[in-house]
Design a protein. Sequence first.
Length: 405
Amino acid sequence: MTAVDTSMQPRPGPADAIRLRSARRAVSAAFFANGFTVGHWAPKIPVMVERLGVSQPTLGKMIILFGVGALLALIAGAWATTRFGSRGVLRWTSLLLVPSLVMLTMAPTAATAAITMLWLGMFLGAMDNAMNANGVVVETILKKPVMSSYHGFWSLGGVVGGLTGGALISWLGEMGHAVTVSIVTLVVVLAAWPRYLDDPQLANPSGGEAPKAGRFADLPRGPGIYILGSVTLLAFAPEGTVVDWSALYLKDEQGAPVLVSGYAFAAFSSTMALMRFMGDGLRARLGDRMTYVCGAAVAAAGLVIAGLSTHFVVACAGFFVSGLGMANMVPVLFSSGGRYPGVKPAVGIAVITVFGYGGLLFVPALVGELAERFSLAAVFTGWGVILFALSWLGFILPGLSGRSR
């Protein structure tokens, strides 16, 4: 089962091929813009914590609102994408994401910052669902795997954000940094705006009457897709912990200056980007199951190194290694959800996305309490142990194919 049946479609002509290349670049740009925003969010956290005078448990509660916004947006975005198509949803959510960091910088209190984080989470989440759905449309028409490369552009955006965020904050101040990031993101969003493909075939693959959105009958009844979703939650959670807490970990527990506090996320994202650009070929050679199993094991080793380190350089090296392994776990899980037997592609992607964002956003919100009681080093080490278990689980996990399609 593929994401959308295109077996009866004619091969694209030269004009269509140009349009497909343009559409693929547009989706890649959307992934970059989303990752770029997250990459600049990571080094901003320690500065925001210091400016507002909030504790780690309080920050954890604020991140919960970030997650609530994303989860609500994912549910609404999945409905809107199925009902109206991903193109319009992607356009407007990406545009509404642009001012998020400026709004967060303007927030004078922890309460207003929490509300702004709700906004940030909402449009990161809704945009994520729409850009994955639009990416599936392009991938299906191209008839070759490109999902890993899309996620590679997300990681590339994170690398750029992580490497430049701390320096921009040091040079331009918190507001100068936020304005600069917003301008760059706006340029990328507007450049991609006219190039996305429409996707009526995603909502109506058979060519018959379009299904009514929002029917509970469309929800999968078997446990398999939900097991896959639960694993996605646990696979996403360490990534979310790196995004939200690695900069604070380097600064508070490893003694790193603010200038390099974003380097942990940058190291993590750089290897994720590299491996995701190589991921489509890797999946074709190893198959999705072995790509997942090996990736989880390598990611686990990297997080254990980061958690047991005594110097921020060693910690960055650990995050570097974990990015190598974690890179293609998520693309494999998204592709598996989109082609899960007996589940509509759009519904499968929505299930995986909701579970994944639960792990990416809600689970890291609990880290504040754990860090207060134990330490961030213990948290990262613990995630390494969990990923080792997920690696072994990959041998029996339903929905993973022997070969990537």
